[in-house]
Design a protein around this ligand. Structure first.
Ligand code: PGA
Ligand code: ZN
Length: 427
């Protein structure tokens, strides 16, 4: 039973305040969770409650959210069984009373929700992934590692936010991490040889000044080869342009590399050329979050050759994902617990996708902590894919390292997911 909730204002990987929540049970077990924070956030995400007190952290403090955890939320949850995750999450949703969790704060609610999930696992003496889903066998996710950072994540020359490497040909998770880390090291030496910066962006990827967005794809292919892997066979590419951040109404403004405006059809054609030229298996947020027609056109045109992922478009919201499925607006969803604000709703979002035959990519945020909940979550759900940045920066590696440990613990009871097999075959 829940005996106590405590909240602390801590810092995330960008040095901004975020929330840490500790749940203590009557049996003495206690568990802590901390919540991440995005930079390229979707319009319809759960509200991150900030203090707006200009005298502290430029208004970004989370003392109000912390007070909600220790006040109203604690009062409502006292004495409840921590194993009743769904009941607890629904108590908090009802207590908040808004559609956006804007009153108590999505950050306050998610912090409690994850801490409760951990406390429940502890009370049952089970690893978190097993307490989230007790299965005989588990699927390990393919890591999608963001090795070149642009957009809102870095002052690089790249308009597109994320260029990821996907070691889909690796036989296991730790091997996939090795393929990725070796390619990342090869990319660093390539950049160094060309006199380009090797400093990193928010998600640990490099942030060089390249001549064009397309040059990033060329560099990644060269790095894969330099590391001794076969592009498209061992390691493929995934993109997250995060197009909402350069959408201007119906047009797209690629301002950093070369000032030019593309309309929806021209942007779609650009993706088409890239898919032909490079081993791309997935594009996330290729169009802006308000451009449903862009997503629908891309899915009709390119959805049999690549995975089309909605992030800002769906914001892990079960209702919007259902709409996306009905309208054929993608064939996969990004899954970020803090976009929706409870573990229960995040599970629902994944299940809806799986029932529709859609892919799911569990994701960190650009502002992170060392919390590794998403690693256990991805395994529990059999999500198939995870993105947690480059193999660099402690908050990114916390998730990959946890997955290496889960793989070792599970032995033969785990196998690698193959979410991209259908696209690789069709190339
Ligand atoms: P964010 O970006 O965490 O800065 O919102 C991640 C993404 O767009 O996938
Ligand atoms: Zn995204």
């Amino acid at each position: 039973q829940i005996a106590r909730l405590q909240a602390l204002e801590i810092l995330d990987s960008r040095g901004n305040p975020t929330l840490s929540v500790t749940v203590t049970l009557t049996d003495g077990n206690s568990a802590t969770a901390s919540v991440p924070s995005g930079a390229s956030t979707g319009l319809h995400e759960a509200v991150e409650l900030r203090d707006d007190d200009r005298n502290r952290y430029g208004g970004k403090g989370v003392r109000r959210a912390a007070a909600h955890v220790e006040g109203e939320i604690a009062d409502a949850l006292m004495g409840l069984d921590a194993r009743a995750q769904s009941d607890i999450d629904h108590v908090m949703i009802a207590l908040d009373g808004t559609d956006t969790k804007g009153r108590l704060g999505g950050n306050a609610i998610l912090g409690v929700s994850i801490a409760v999930a951990r406390a429940s696992a502890l009370a049952q003496g089970r690893p978190l992934y097993r307490s989230l889903n007790d299965a005989d066998d588990y699927l390990l996710p393919v890591p999608c590692m963001n090795v070149l950072n642009g957009g809102k994540h870095a002052d690089s020359s790249l308009d597109f936010q994320e260029f990821m490497i996907v070691p889909h040909g690796a036989p296991g998770f730790a091997e996939a991490v090795r393929y990725g880390a070796e390619t990342y090291a090869a990319l660093r030496s390539l950049l160094h040889d060309r006199g380009l910066a090797t400093s990193v962006g928010d998600e640990g990827g490099f942030a060089p000044r390249l001549d064009s967005n397309e040059a990033a794809c060329e560099l990644i292919v060269a790095a894969i080869e330099r590391a001794g892997y076969r592009p498209g066979v061992d390691i493929a590419i995934a993109l997250d342009p995060a197009a909402s951040s350069f959408a201007e109404g119906e047009s797209y403004h690629l301002s950093r590399s070369r000032t030019r405006r593309l309309d929806r059809a021209a942007l779609l054609a650009l993706y088409g050329r890239w898919i032909d030229a490079y081993p791309i298996v997935s594009i996330e947020d290729g169009f802006g979050e308000e451009d449903w027609a862009g997503f629908i056109d891309q899915t009709a045109d390119q959805g049999d050759r690549i995975q089309i992922v909605g992030d800002d478009l769906f914001v892990t919201n079960p209702r919007i994902i259902r709409e996306g499925i009905a309208r054929h607006a993608a064939n996969a969803a990004l899954i970020k617990p803090n976009q929706i604000g409870t573990v229960t709703e995040t599970i629902e979002a994944v299940r809806i996708c799986q029932q529709a035959g859609w892919g799911t990519m569990v994701s960190h945020r650009s502002g992170e902590t060392a919390d590794d909940f998403i690693a256990d979550f991805a395994v529990a759900m059999g999500a198939g894919q995870i993105k947690s940045g480059a193999p660099c920066r402690g908050e990114r590696l916390a998730k990959y390292n946890r997955l290496i440990a889960i793989e070792a613990e599970l032995g033969d009871r785990a196998r690698m997911a193959a979410p991209f097999a259908r696209y690789v075959e069709r190339r």
